[in-house]
Design a binder for this molecule. Structure first.
Ligand code: 6R9
Length: 568
């Protein structure tokens, strides 16, 4: 029997108050995610239960119990407090998937600051934009990444502390740098946890939009209620499970379901700090006897490419439940996983902004391969007309995915960008910015994004950020970036570029520009293909017609081009 039992029954009887009661929380109480994920689990008698099995890329393994995690998160919290970091200040985590990332996250929350997790693969410019916007006062990083911080430090006067977690003393520290090792620092048994309440800010996750800089979706400690209950009902986590979330905490999946959801449920989880390799992944599942697995379509498609034969070389019989998030999960992937593992991946849909799973497939509920499933109990989701924002009502009609605001983990603002935040709410709905339809059985079917954001392997990249960076290259006069279909990543970035006079397009220049973006932004933002053009198609008002370029890549109808500049 699954945790959720009958989906229909749960929808009928669901109350957020019951979830609060399950967590021993009453309105107005102190609620601190750091405390709930560590101290509370220990108080429940699970102090000696493993919280984390961590495996590094060299094969090194570290194990931590809930009690050890409680003490280490205290130790980090105390260190940050002693440095002078105050409640509400932003502390950035810029680390590989090392234990310090996970415990640092909870330590920051325990002392009342706001955690800002960023991918360690980010280059200087991506890092700078987000640190500057968040006005972070401290960054926690590793030796191997500190070089990127050093380069931008002079332009970040507010960033007072650069904390290096693995400094070996071999080289002198530079300005604002401090060395801290959670393992060798004096253990802090008792820490006075910051008395956060429901609306106290907790996490600031950056996400890309079509225009402007990336936006910081701001969450609060009360998000715990949603993250706890969705981890229980959707991931179906139980006390005996060994859970693996493959996501990096630089992405919201890696915090909501790689930290808060599982640990607030007192679940043992595994972390593999290495890149994707099918054989390493299967070995990891076999070695740790992983039972529940949360991954993404891009990884699943990569596994499919490696074939069934590889799967048969491993004992994966421990697996009992598998979920996916980040992009549409193709029907073929659902069917393949059923045939290959004897279990189907359950698609889940949500966003950085929603903080927790909104629409998904539940254990025990019939899966329609290719469908995102149904709204989580307690969530009212619908598809609304693109102009009137009224529910489309008729099954099969495509519109915008919309949700009634008010669930616990809804973002509370975009950092310093109230206007864009407000623009996301229409006619009493939160508008996700995705298109879908609902069938006669109430299942949601994803159609596509309603904007120009590129979804590459589950990661959203904003065309604007890449185009801005491209303009900094000496040869580039103008550019437009769109998503181009890709069998594994769903989309990859393709850049159309008009060069400055005196430059000629060549393979060499293409490579140079690609590398320029990889270093400045990240490997994900790097265009996989560049097409040089004499000029870019524009509207009469001078806006680059990305839609036209995108349609070309997807072999779609071009649609209305009546406003095209050259189309008189
Ligand atoms: C958790 C996360 C959100 C956007 C979302 C949509 C796409 C996510 C999906 C999906 C189809 C799914 N997306 N899950 N599309 N089917 N199951 O991914 O957050 O990085 O903010 O991305 O990703 O376009 O709006 P985030």
């Amino acid at each position: 029997m699954s945790n959720i039992g009958s989906y229909e029954e749960k929808v009928k009887n669901f109350k957020w108050d019951d979830c609060e009661a399950e967590l021993g929380y009453k309105k107005g109480d102190i609620i601190n995610i750091g405390e709930y994920c560590t101290d509370r689990i220990c108080r429940m008698g699970k102090g000696e239960k493993p919280a984390l099995f961590w495996q590094g890329y060299t094969g090194e393994i570290k194990k931590y119990t809930f009690n050890r995690m409680r003490v280490l998160t205290n130790t980090i919290a105390r260190y940050l407090k002693d440095l002078g970091i105050k409640e509400g200040e932003r502390v950035c985590l810029f680390l590989d998937k090392v234990p310090e990332l996970y415990f640092g996250f909870l330590g920051i929350l325990k002392m009342g600051a706001i955690a800002q997790p960023l991918f360690s693969a980010f280059g200087g410019e991506s890092l700078f934009t987000r640190l500057e916007d968040a006005e972070a006062t401290a960054i926690i990083t590793q030796k191997k990444h500190v070089g990127k911080v050093r380069k931008i430090l002079n332009d970040l006067p507010r960033l007072k502390h650069v904390i290096i977690v693995d400094d070996d003393g071999s080289k002198p520290l530079r300005q604002r740098e401090t060395a801290f090792s959670m393992e060798t620092a004096a253990s802090v048994e008792d820490f006075e946890i910051f008395p956060s309440t429901a609306e106290t800010p907790s996490v600031l996750h950056y996400t890309s939009g079509t225009t402007g800089k990336p936006k910081g979706a701001q969450h609060v400690h009360y998000s715990l209620i949603s993250q706890y209950i969705t981890a229980k009902y959707v991931l179906d986590l139980t006390d005996e499970d060994i859970y693996w979330c493959t996501a990096d905490p630089g992405w919201v999946t890696g915090t909501s379901y790689g930290i808060i959801g599982p640990w607030s449920n007192g679940i043992t989880q595994c972390v593999l700090d290495s890149g994707f390799r099918a054989d390493t992944w299967y070995q990891f599942i076999e070695d740790h006897k992983i039972t529940t697995w949360y991954s993404a379509p891009t990884a699943i498609r990569s596994l499919m490419r490696e074939g069934k034969e590889l799967v048969q070389q491993y004992d994966l019989s421990s697996l009992r439940h598998m979920c996916s998030v980040g992009e549409p999960l193709n029907a073929e992937a659902v069917i393949w996983s059923g045939e290959t593992f004897g279990l189907s991946f359950h698609d889940t849909f949500w966003q950085t902004e929603t903080g927790s799973i909104m629409i998904c497939n539940y254990p025990g509920m019939k899966i329609k391969p290719g469908s995102m499933g149904k709204p989580f109990p307690g969530i009212t989701a619908d598809v609304v007309d693109m102009k009137t924002y009224e529910p489309v009502k008729k099954s099969g009609t495509v519109g915008l995915i919309a949700i009634i605001p008010g669930w616990p983990s809804m973002f509370r603002s975009y950092w310093k960008n109230e206007e864009v935040y407000r623009s996301k709410f229409r006619n009493g709905w939160y508008i996700c910015g995705d298109r879908a339809s609902i069938d006669e059985d109430g299942y949601f079917w994803f159609v596509g994004r309603d904007d120009d954001v590129i979804n590459t392997g589950g990661h959203l990249v904003g065309p604007f950020e890449i185009e801005s960076a491209l303009l900094e290259h000496e040869a580039v006069a103008e550019s437009a970036c769109v998503g181009k279909p890709d069998p594994v990543n769903m989309e990859v970035v393709k850049a159309f570029i008009a060069l400055k006079p005196g430059y000629k397009g060549s393979d060499e220049l293409e490579l140079k520009i690609m590398n320029f973006i990889r270093k400045k932004l990240s490997p994900l933002a790097m265009p996989q293909e560049i097409e040089f053009m004499d000029s870019l198609p524009k509207t009469r008002s001078g806006k680059i017609m990305r839609r036209l370029l995108r349609a070309k890549e997807w072999g779609e109808e071009i649609g209305d081009t009546s406003t095209l500049e050259d189309n008189e």
